[in-house]
Design a protein around this ligand. Structure first.
Ligand code: ADP
Ligand code: ASP
Ligand code: MG
Length: 370
């Protein structure tokens, strides 16, 4: 029976209707005889709000931080209330949501006293988004007769200690996935986990960087040698351009791992740049699909894509980017000039492109900030 890792992004779990659609899609896979493992993001915009709460607390605005948390608590409680009707499950879920927000509030209060937001605390704060959404989605699945088992992704996705963009430790993840997930899969249950969140070897919460739930999906797909990885989002697949920028963009039906990785790296937000790597390792096809239009066949990312008639398959957009070409009209001392500029650019960590023609340097500033 084929195993499929299905990752649902923030818009696919943004409200009760979206979670209902997600449940129907997963139930559809089960009905096809597939074994899904489900990874979910935080509800849309929740990670941004949590980061805002953290920043407010660290700036001493305790009231502002707690107000954001209170709005998030209400949003989650209201969603859970609509999703889960069974009285016992509903009470259990509301209690759990309250417990999570009580601990978040405690952290925010502490932060507003300490006034220092470290990457480690930031990861702990944002982790609440996926920790709560995954619980809600698992409960909503059970309410809809999907035999779901919630698992804490931090017990499986183990990383180094680079908070906010931690690197996965593949061998440990593989071992933990087999230990924690496989028994549920074998028993016919649907494991549900939060994406993006992880922990280091000491058990301290880390995250895989913004948009990292795609990466969680791919890491689990690779660890379990899945037959497919599905990335469910709010567009029909990888398009010829970001449909928010170019509304008449067309769907790309098939794309190679290499092309998709390049697009993701250069800013096509539809995929986290690291998503492709674990899939390539095991040659697992990745599908990008629309949870609002599940009938659309989406984009298939595979090792070999057929040749394309157009010279461009898709165009990525990166905003707020400065490209700097350095030009000097005189040859004298150009090497030192070159080194000085490069040193400066490295310090500023500004993305840069520089042209070096023989021994002269090009200087041109082009700003694409819109
Ligand atoms: P999710 O929350 O499901 O992970 P994201 O917001 O991270 O979704 O990614 C989906 C978004 O990626 C789309 O709404 C779209 O605006 C953007 N995007 C950027 N480039 C592309 C592209 N080439 N094809 C499709 N979507 C793109
Ligand atoms: N919730 C995280 C973010 O907004 C991870 C994700 O959605 O993939 O960045
Ligand atoms: Mg995303």
């Amino acid at each position: 029976m084929s195993l499929v890792v299905m990752k649902f992004g923030g818009t696919s779990v943004e409200d009760p209707a979206a979670i209902g659609r997600t449940a129907a899609i997963v139930a559809g896979r089960v009905a096809q005889g597939k074994k899904p493992v489900v990874v979910v993001s935080a509800m849309a915009k929740v990670t941004d709000q949590l980061l805002r709460a953290a920043a407010a607390a660290a700036a001493g605005d305790r009231t502002g931080a707690l107000a954001i948390s209170s709005r998030l608590r209400s949003r989650h409680r209201d969603t859970a209330c609509v999703l889960v009707k069974n009285p016992a499950d509903s009470v259990a879920l509301q209690t759990l949501i309250d417990q999570k927000f009580d601990s978040l509030d405690e952290i925010l209060r502490g932060l507003s006293a300490i006034l220092e937001l470290t990457p480690r605390i930031s990861d702990l704060i944002v982790s609440f988004g996926e920790r709560i959404s995954s619980r809600m989605v698992a409960a909503a699945f059970r309410e809809r007769s999907i035999d779901a088992a919630h698992l804490d992704a931090r017990d499986i996705i183990v990383t180094d200690s680079q908070f906010q963009r931690a690197a996965p430790l593949d061998a440990i993840i593989e071992k933990r996935a087999l230990e924690h997930l496989q028994p549920h899969i074998t028993a016919g249950r649907v494991p549900v986990l939060g994406g993006f969140i992880a922990s280091n070897e000491a058990g301290v919460t880390t995250t895989l960087g913004r948009g990292g739930s795609d990466f969680t999906g791919a890491l689990l797909g690779s660890a379990l040698s899945a037959d497919a990885i599905e990335i469910w989002t709010d567009v029909d697949g990888i398009m010829t351009a970001d449909p928010r920028v170019c509304p008449d963009a067309l769907r790309v039906k098939v794309i190679s791992f290499e092309e998709a990785a390049e697009l993701a790296y250069f800013g096509a937000k539809v995929l986290h740049p690291a998503t492709i790597l674990p899939a390539v390792k095991k040659n697992i096809p990745v599908y990008v699909l629309n949870s609002r239009n599940a009938a659309c066949e989406g984009t298939r990312i595979t090792s070999l894509a057929p040749p394309c008639g157009s010279p461009f398959k898709s165009i990525a957009v990166k905003r707020k980017l400065s490209i700097i070409d350095v030009v000097a009209s005189r040859m004298l001392m150009t090497t030192r000039l070159h080194e000085r500029h490069l040193h400066h650019l490295r310090q500023s960590q500004m993305p840069c492109r520089y042209g070096l023609h023989q021994r002269s340097l090009c200087l041109a500033f082009r700003r694409f900030q819109r």
